[in-house]
Write a protein that binds this ligand. Sequence first.
Ligand SMILES: Nc1ncnc2c1ncn2[C@@H]1O[C@H](COP(=O)(O)OP(=O)(O)O)[C@@H](O)[C@H]1O
Ligand SMILES: [Mg+2]
Length: 258
Amino acid sequence: MSGAVPKIRVRGLKKAFGDKIVLDGVDLDVMPGTSMVVIGGSGTGKSVLLKCILGLIEPDEGSIEIDGADLLHMDGKAQTAARARIGMLFQNGALFDSIPVWENVSFALLAQRRVARAGAREKAGEVLGQVGLSPSVGDLSPSELSGGMQKRVGLARAIAAQPEILFFDEPTTGLDPIMGAVIDGLIVDCVKKLGSTAVAITHDMASASRIGDRAAMLHRGKIIWSGPADKLLDSGNDVVDQFTHGRREGPIQMELRR
Ligand SMILES: Nc1ncnc2c1ncn2[C@@H]1O[C@H](COP(=O)(O)OP(=O)(O)O)[C@@H](O)[C@H]1O
Ligand SMILES: [Mg+2]
């Protein structure tokens, strides 16, 4: 192994809600400039993992390092600065319906005072162009958009501040296969153009192989396998194999029966 410092390094991350243990010691490394796909069944804690890194959920135990700096033990200001380097495409878009699309897109830039309000509308138009939307879409309300357009706007919002790290939570869920491929293509283009490090959650295997360099599977609170994304269908791990091939029979089903 080289001595390179991971962009994101998670160790022993634990999170329970009441007596429900969701994350039970997650270890994950994401190297700079690479894309990691995280797979796992519904409700296994994939979104919780990203939200812990983003600071939206407070973990019970463990460490999270960004560029080798311990995120959970730095002061509040440094924490905010570190997290401002992350852009996120939320699972359900999570756009604000009460403000127009352009304001959604320039939200982080305005919040970080990296653009004046007067210039924000134009900047949003530029970013909308990068995800294949016309600048005039900026004047619409998110509720007026189709699912595919909402994903594009969510993506535009995530990349607007040109973050070093991008998180994508189920970017293609709810889209038809063609629109899914279009969104994946946009994601790959954006990540490449920014040179960002990316983590994408998905249970769409086509999407996983398009987006990911590496892949990891979260199962029963732990990362039970990680490897090259192109090995997902041929991992040599029974649990991963059952999941990626969508088999009814296998170790995961046996757990449900118990
Ligand atoms: N804020 C919360 N409060 C209580 N339980 C939560 C909260 N967020 C997530 N959970 C629970 O944690 C588990 C994992 O959720 P999640 O990470 O959203 O799953 P997924 O892998 O489908 O993204 C689920 O059982 C969910 O109900
Ligand atoms: Mg989720």
